[in-house]
Design a protein around this ligand. Structure first.
Ligand code: NAP
Length: 519
């Protein structure tokens, strides 16, 4: 069995003690083991911090070259990584591509952002925020806001569902900002991350110390973070809240960003005709979010709001669309949805479905155990695609991280839709289907404060709109409230978490020379 090692202080380290065992969720067979016991996290941090100087010394043009090289290494190993995602994540090939290609695509997209910065800034490594602000009667005395790279380390703690994309969407942004990374994948699905880091290290494309990997527990790593360090966390709201409270974080002002769970919604506008192109797009997006990665996407639709008079039609269309889903071992021909990734996820998904069903109607699926196609009887973490009609207190409060949605009627008004969105207490994304501009204007204004991202899908873009579950490197990812209040990606915006904004006041001529603004 493969023993996943950590890569710290520029070398591989096999942890001691009793390891965690990683399994294939399709049949529960062990595939690897991991332990970080004995890793010297103090030394790992020192090494990464010192090495950060080399990363910060790179121009944006050189950072573009680095990100491109990383994307190339992962692309060359794509087939191997897709296979590992199937074995350790229970992914269908399509699910695995979504993760692995997402990682490669995000690295490539950030290489382009780096080239654009290089084109604009030349060898300059800091960013300007706005223009000179005149601060005295005499125009010679001005202020300028600048962003400089913080000379610390970024610790990235990631969720189990995207071992490739989740790792490299964060690494790409950190590297572009010039900040070295210690990345920690969720232990249960760490195989893809481990192999990808191994490939990058072997390729020699990484500056020494730029990327470290922890397979297993973080030990005392987090409590050692200093004022210039960062923690970027993705995972459950509960863990996120606990990590914010890490000893010393508040006193030292360690920067923390949290991407947590979310009760994303899809809203059918009152004008959408049954069977229209927009209706079909809504239906397609809901089915995709339920089944892609077996519903284990932080951005997946959990609640579907449909005007009362169209709810029966939507329910019928959804049941019909889900009837073709085949649940089983994803390496089997014809299987379209794999298991959830871990035994804990299976337990939580089944109890969550039971909670959503309380007092409501189970349209299809349910919480009962099932066997997967071509899986040994009673083995594997399989869940049925489930549709619940109706809402209870859990509908707006419990994220069931699996192939399950609640269909909820609403009165068709923008105010009603926005209020329902807000009952989720802050979400990563929601999608709105309509061509009614007045309704769209009102729903955007009412719902936006509760959301990190919105998809507004009408008939002119129905055939081209990216699905709401897809996070794009050029658009921000994160959400308010229970979604963690964090923000990642968004092109250059993502860099700002790793940089310090400083207001500099002085002589317009001197600052103009220093900042290269030509004044
Ligand atoms: P989780 O149980 O909160 O774990 C997330 C990560 O935190 C894992 O790497 C885990 O490591 C680590 N962790 C747990 N306790 C820790 C501690 N005390 N100290 C340091 N690290 C600790 O979440 P999950 O089950 O992996 O992921 C599912 C959740 O993530 C869902 O709620 C989903 O909505 C959310 N999610 C959000 C986003 C987003 O972008 N907003 C994306 C994906 C997933 P171990 O595995 O070693 O325990």
């Amino acid at each position: 069995m493969i023993r996943l090692e950590s890569y710290v202080s520029g070398r591989w380290f096999a942890g001691a003690g009793r390891p965690a065992v990683l399994v294939n969720p399709s049949n529960e067979e062990p595939v690897a083991e991991a332990s970080s016991e004995g890793v010297d996290f103090g030394a790992a941090l020192d090494f990464a911090r010192q090495s950060g100087a080399a990363l910060r010394a790179l121009t944006f043009g050189e950072r573009a070259t680095l990100l491109k090289a990383m994307a190339k290494v992962l692309h060359q190993a794509r087939e191997e990584l897709l296979d590992l995602a199937q074995v350790n994540g229970g992914n269908t090939r399509g699910d695995a591509k979504f993760d692995v290609d997402g990682a490669i695509g995000t690295l490539s997209a950030y290489a382009v952002t780096a080239e654009q910065l290089a084109g604009r800034l030349g060898d300059r490594k800091f960013l300007l925020d706005g223009d000179f602000i005149q601060l005295a009667r005499n125009p010679r005395f001005v202020g300028q806001h600048i962003y400089t790279t913080r000379p610390g380390v970024a610790v990235h703690v990631n969720a189990f569902n995207f071992p490739a994309w989740g790792t490299y969407e964060k690494v790409a942004v950190s590297f572009l900002a010039g900040v070295p990374v210690i990345t920690k994948p969720a232990t249960a699905t760490a195989l893809v991350t481990y192999r990808s880091v191994q490939l990058l290290v072997e390729s020699g494309c990484l500056p020494a110390g730029a990327l470290s990997l922890v397979c297993g527990s973080t030990g005392d790593l987090l409590s050692r973070l200093q004022p210039q360090d960062h923690l970027a966390f993705t995972g459950s709201n509960t863990t996120g809240a606990a990590l914010r409270g890490t000893a010393g974080f508040a006193e030292r002002g360690v920067r923390v960003t949290v991407e947590a769970d979310s009760l994303n919604a899809a809203v059918c506008g009152p004008d959408v005709g049954v069977g229209s192109e927009v209706w079909s797009t809504l239906l397609r997006n809901v089915v995709q979010d339920m089944t892609q990665k077996t519903g284990q996407k932080c951005t997946a639709v959990r609640r579907v709001f449909v005007p009362s008079d169209k709810l029966a039609d939507f329910e019928e269309s959804l049941v019909d669309a889900l009837s073709g889903v085949v649940v089983g071992d994803p390496r089997t021909d014809g299987v379209t949805m794999g298991p959830v990734s871990t035994a804990n996820q299976l337990r939580d998904a089944r109890s969550g479905i039971a909670a959503l069903a309380q007092g409501n109607r189970v349209v299809v699926g349910g919480a009962e155990a099932i066997d997967g196609k071509n899986a040994p009887a009673g083995k594997g973490y399989y869940v049925r695609p489930t549709v619940i009609a109706g809402a209870n207190a859990s509908t707006h409060d419990l994220e069931v991280f699996g192939p399950c949605v609640s269909l909820v009627p609403y009165d068709g008004s923008a105010a009603g839709a926005a209020a329902d969105i807000g009952r989720g207490q802050g979400s990563l994304v929601s999608s709105f289907y309509s061509d009614d501009r007045a309704w769209i204007g009102d729903v955007v204004a009412g719902a936006a404060p509760w959301l990190g991202r919105m998809l507004v899908c009408g008939s002119k873009v129905a055939d081209m709109a990216t699905p709401p579950g897809m996070v794009l490197p050029s658009m921000v990812h994160g959400g308010p409230g229970r979604a963690g209040g964090g923000e990642e990606l968004g092109g250059e915006r993502g860099l700002l978490f790793y940089m310090q904004r400083t207001a500099v006041a002085g002589d317009r001529v001197v600052l103009g020379k220093v900042f290269g603004t030509g004044e």
